[in-house]
Design a protein around this ligand. Structure first.
Ligand code: FEO
Length: 616
């Protein structure tokens, strides 16, 4: 039975999923499966773009026959000759006699190496970069992309509909679960890790070549990207291209620490665990740790591309490096990782060599810094080595924060300047799985008038941000100068994870998107659906297209300044009431307790510990 997807008026996906295959290329685990994408264009001439892997050939041919619906096949464009995309070339030439094989000279050579085709030379249409194939309404042009991922690779660009058939570029591990468009899949949460793992392991070595094709692509207007694996891109394409630029330039996506250890009897693991806790206690939150004997190297390589700092901890083994770590290190070198800060812990009961060998291997990587003293464990970690680990944690902490402006550093950035920006105050509501929630935000702006779009910035600590990421919808109630402090307390001082903020709040009404807005203390409500989201570190910036908007009253909108002067409780009174604690200098919120946690964030104004002062 056929299973095809109509992508445009005359373009079809005719690929297939494989969820049974355990190892892609017989190397990489694919627990979420993989899709093999093939496309058919039904113009005055019919065009097949690449075939599929042999394991899904039956489905592919059913799809192809269904879409062609009795028409002959005129062209087969071969963008990539790896067998997971070319396996059916011979079968196609036998089934659709006279089909023209569109390819470049390197492709033709590979076709002849893989297959003994019974076709005439005239059945090949050999193209060079920039050649155009007219199929009726469509003009298809060819752009060469050598080493993304094999030397013969080219991409095909449909100048009529502005669709890029990108071969392996922009592919993702993971079968297509119904929705083929990336924007319909909550891609960042469900598939970004797999997209990174696919890129870094399959084409990670070829950053220069990937940048070359990105440069060529940047000159094209692109409405849709159709890769050979995974989802099709038609929205937020630039965000994915930005990830590609990060990966291709070997730039860490985030400041963070990957700790990877090999351990035979647990002693090296012990050191890695202690270091991870020490890093966390210093305030580093972005830490991931893997046992190299347990986690497949492809996951660790993907993480090594994601973060800035890596700690390798490994025993000595056969006068070399512990075998699983040895394999990982060689893999990382083969993938050409660059621009990383690396620290090393070695272990050995005699003739300790693992650290030296790891350092020698990794020094082959460009722009790699070895940070801190290499720590040597003889059999087991001793109490007096705790200080060595602490010193390493310190070095890593300082290295991660070295570019940041600290309170003691000469102030290039006067933080008070930020307080001169004018802000409003808003109740931001969302809903997910029948649970309503809302929080207070101070950042809403209209970004375009046609269509009407608004931008909101939401702190990631807010549960509402999580709901919006998943649901893609939000409502804004614009608060007025008549809003009592209790409204700010209700929506700003608790987490929606623990409480139902709307349970005892009567002044609310559902809008046609099913989400609540306030009916009192608001002069207008705006409902929106997310069209773009940008990860800004501590916050997400969501841009939403307005789906509904109502004016409710003429009472002026409250500004942040008005709130500080007229609505928030007087901090001095608070001081008298509460003798112990810390007060937020920005909004007056009082944290009761002797010790202010180092990562504390004001529940009302979302400022950090640097804006709190101890009540004396
Ligand atoms: Fe899925 Fe390089 O091929």
């Amino acid at each position: 039975m056929h299973n095809t997807i109509n992508l445009t008026e005359d373009l079809y996906w005719i690929g297939a999923n494989n969820r049974r295959l355990s190892l892609f290329e017989n190397v990489y685990p694919i627990p979420k499966g993989v899709s093999y994408n093939s496309y058919v264009l039904l113009d005055e001439k019919t065009v097949l773009l690449d075939t599929i892997d042999q394991f899904v050939a039956e489905q592919f041919f059913e799809n192809l026959e269904h879409v062609l619906n009795g028409r002959k096949l005129d062209y087969l464009i071969v963008n990539h000759m790896e067998p997971d995309h070319c396996s059916q070339i011979k079968a196609i030439t036998e089934k659709y006699k006279g089909v023209k094989i569109v390819c470049n000279p390197k492709t033709k050579k590979l076709i002849e190496q893989f297959f003994d085709l019974k076709v005439a030379e005239s059945d090949f249409m050999i193209v060079k970069e920039g050649d155009v194939l007219n199929t009726g309404k469509h003009n298809l042009t060819f752009v060469f992309a050598p080493m993304v991922h094999w030397p013969e690779v080219m991409v095909t660009y449909d100048t009529t509909d502005k669709i890029l058939f990108s071969a392996d570029a922009f592919g993702t591990f993971g079968a297509i679960d119904g929705n083929i468009f990336a924007d319909e899949t909550d891609f960042d949460h469900r598939y970004m890790d797999e997209a990174r793992r696919y890129y870094t392991n399959i084409v990670g070595k070829y950053g220069t070549q990937v940048l070359a094709i990105l440069k060529k692509a940047s000159a094209l207007e692109i409405n849709m990207i159709c890769p050979l694996h995974g989802f099709i891109w038609r929205k937020n394409v630039q965000q994915f291209i930005d990830k590609y630029i990060n990966w291709a330039t070997y730039t860490p996506e985030e400041k963070g620490v990957l700790i990877v250890y090999g351990s035979i009897y647990g002693n090296t693991k012990n050191a890695a665990e202690i270091l991870s806790v020490q890093l966390a206690q210093k305030g580093i939150r972005n830490i991931r740790m893997f046992d190299v004997s347990v986690t497949h190297p492809s996951y660790i390589i993907a993480e090594a591309f994601r973060v800035s700092h890596i700690v390798f901890a490994a025993p000595t083994y056969n006068a070399g490096v512990f075998v699983a770590m040895d394999n990982l290190i060689r893999n990382i070198v083969a993938h050409n990782l660059q621009n990383r800060v690396i620290s090393i812990i070695e272990n050995g009961s005699w003739g300790v060599t693992s650290g030296k060998i790891i350092e020698e291997e990794l020094s082959k990587l460009k722009n790699t810094e070895i940070l801190g003293q290499k720590i040597t464990i003889n059999s087991s970690l001793k109490d007096n080595q705790n200080g060595d680990l602490e010193a390493l944690a310190d070095e890593i902490y300082k290295s991660i924060h070295k570019d940041e402006v600290t309170a003691d550093a000469p102030a290039k950035i006067d933080r008070n300047a930020m307080f001169s920006i004018s802000y409003g105050l808003f109740v931001l509501s969302s809903k997910l799985d029948n649970k309503d929630n809302a929080c207070i935000i101070n950042t809403v702006m209209q970004v375009t008038d046609n269509p009407k779009q608004v931008a909101i910035a939401v702190n990631k600590v807010n549960y509402t941000h999580e709901m919006i990421l998943k649901s893609g919808v939000f409502n804004i109630s614009i608060l007025t100068t008549e809003t009592p402090f209790s409204v700010f307390e209700n929506f700003g001082f608790h987490s929606g994870r623990d409480t139902d903020k709307f349970e005892n709040f009567d002044n609310k009404e559902r809008q046609s998107n099913g989400l609540y807005c306030l009916t009192d203390y608001t002069n207008a409500v705006i409902c929106a659906k997310v069209v773009t989201k940008i990860d800004c570190g501590t916050h997400y910036l969501f841009i939403g297209e307005v789906t509904e908007a109502h004016k409710i009253s003429e009472v002026p909108s409250v500004t942040y300044d008005y709130y500080l002067k007229h609505i928030k409780p007087n901090p001095n009174n608070k001081l008298e009431e509460k003798k112990k604690g810390w007060i937020c200098k920005i909004c007056g919120y009082v944290y009761e307790g002797d010790v202010l946690p180092s990562d504390y964030i004001c529940p009302l104004c979302k400022h950090g510990v640097e804006d709190f002062e101890k009540i004396v």
